[in-house]
Ligand binder design. Structure first.
Ligand SMILES: [Zn+2]
Length: 276
């Protein structure tokens, strides 16, 4: 076990699992800007005081995985999670307090990340798509989780009263994907799932207040495509691979206005303007 200090940057929508009750991928960066995946984390079962928000520094004891070979994956001891300092906020649209860590290791493109995946099992990264062309919404063929996964969860609930009141998370009936191109000559374009927990939460907020599914989809599209990927924004995607498949998905977005990202590499350039 080693002690890690991680700035949490992404949390994915929970998925029931026969092995771990419920899977949430949480990931972030260290003070050096290296990526870390904390997995598995029984996130919704953590005491409230340990349910870290995004852009919160946490300290946690963790060890390397035996089965999960992805380079950045660490198995945390959930009991050891402690908040460290205050959540990092943006100020007047300035994201640099976050960007100095989050954007320390920006990749050029998905092509570069896939090369790194081949080379050393790289499975997390952040990059700035050249253009986000569309937001593709597709209905899931199954509207509920697989019975085997649900049965496993219910079985566990019988034994742990702490969990008895918590319902399994609802499955999203739609897949939401970004269609984009990278700033890379090799790029043929990508269509990648967005698995951000906040996207699912927004969808259900619409449904729970009585909106139709069409209206909920429109609301999600408005927020995650029209607003976050607006031309005035310097939008980056946090991406990661799915365990067992190696498929890349979007885990979260980073969407300051252009020039307000706090990219430390760009700031360094400006220290030496005569060299440009
Ligand atoms: Zn590409």
């Amino acid at each position: 076990m080693e002690r890690l200090r991680v700035l949490i940057t992404v949390k994915t929508y929970p998925i029931p699992s026969a092995t771990y009750d419920e899977l949430v991928c949480t990931a972030g960066v260290t003070e050096q800007g290296d990526f870390v995946r904390l997995y598995p984390v029984p996130f919704r079962d953590l005491p409230w005081t340990q349910q870290y928000p995004k852009y919160q520094w946490i300290e946690v004891m963790a060890e390397h995985h035996k089965r999960d070979r992805r380079k950045e994956s660490m198995r945390p001891d959930p009991e050891s999670i402690r908040f460290y300092g205050e959540r990092i906020e943006t100020r007047n649209g300035d994201w640099s307090a976050r960007g100095q860590y989050v954007l320390r290791n920006v990749s050029q493109s998905m092509e570069v990340l896939k090369d790194a995946q081949e080379a050393d099992n790289t499975s997390l990264g952040i990059f700035r798509p050249k253009v986000v062309e569309d937001f593709v919404v597709e209905e899931e063929s199954e509207r509920d989780w697989k019975p085997s996964a649900l049965a496993a969860i219910k079985q566990e609930r019988l034994w742990e009263t702490r969990r008895a009141s918590r319902e399994p998370v609802r499955k999203l009936p739609y897949k939401f994907r970004y269609k984009f191109r990278c700033d890379d000559d090799r790029c043929n374009g990508h269509t990648m799932m967005n698995e951000d927990w906040e996207l699912g939460r927004l969808y259900w907020r619409h449904i729970d207040r009585g909106d139709s599914e069409e209206a909920a989809i429109f609301g999600v599209r408005q927020r995650f495509f029209t607003e976050m990927c607006a031309p005035a924004n310097e939008t980056y995607f946090f991406v990661g691979t799915v365990l067992g498949h190696g498929t890349w998905v979007v885990l979260g977005t980073y969407y300051p206005k252009i020039g307000k990202s706090g990219n430390p590499n760009e700031e360094n350039l400006e220290l030496f303007p005569e060299e440009k």
